[in-house]
Write a protein that binds this ligand. Structure first.
Ligand code: ZN
Length: 106
């Protein structure tokens, strides 16, 4: 099961962050509401050939820094064919992994 990634927006000033913080780094308030991060753009990528402890089934992949439309940057798994600047959709898998996938929109 996958669900769209949500980030946390400050209830006072609207500053969005991920993961959730105890206090807003901008205004210091402690109330947040969830905002769907939706999509973002790939800023940086690192190809991971083998993760420590991944075992034989671990085929590696890429980790990307994605600048979300909502504001925060998140680290997500990404197909190695992706390129910097690509537009991706962000979801959370059942195991908690954040995954970025290409979208069809330009
Ligand atoms: Zn704030």
């Amino acid at each position: 099961m996958t669900t769209p990634l949500t980030v946390f927006a400050c209830g006072a000033c609207g500053h969005a962050d991920f993961p959730r913080r105890l206090l807003c780094p901008v205004c210091g308030m402690d109330t947040f509401h969830e905002v769907e991060a939706g999509e973002g753009h790939v800023e940086e990528m690192t190809v991971v050939r083998h993760r420590a402890g991944g075992g034989d089934a671990d085929e590696g992949g890429a980790l990307a820094t994605v600048h979300t439309v909502a504001g925060p940057r998140v680290i997500a798994r990404l197909d190695v064919s992706a390129r910097r600047g690509d537009r991706v959709a962000l979801t959370i898998e059942a195991n908690g992994a954040i995954v970025a996938r290409h979208t069809d929109s330009p």
